[in-house]
Design a protein around this ligand. Structure first.
Ligand SMILES: [Zn+2]
Length: 68
């Protein structure tokens, strides 16, 4: 269930909306002014500090614990 970030055109408020169904996108309204004139912002990529290309590639790095 992706959470999209929206910005309201009339009042400029930014808010996040949980989109369960595709049809929910058409029903998103501003929580402040109840306007349907909202724009969906580009979803922010996950924060990946130290990400760079040209790495060796492979799993088994230091982590907080086993995944899965
Ligand atoms: Zn608004």
């Amino acid at each position: 269930m992706p959470i999209y970030e929206y910005t309201c055109t009339p009042c400029g408020k930014q808010f996040e909306e949980l989109i369960v169904r595709k049809s929910d996108e058409a029903q998103v309204v501003c929580p402040a002014c109840r306007s349907a004139e909202v724009k969906r912002l580009i979803s922010r990529p996950a924060a990946t500090p130290g990400s760079g290309d040209g790495g060796g590639g492979g799993f088994g790095g230091p982590s907080c614990g086993p995944i899965g």
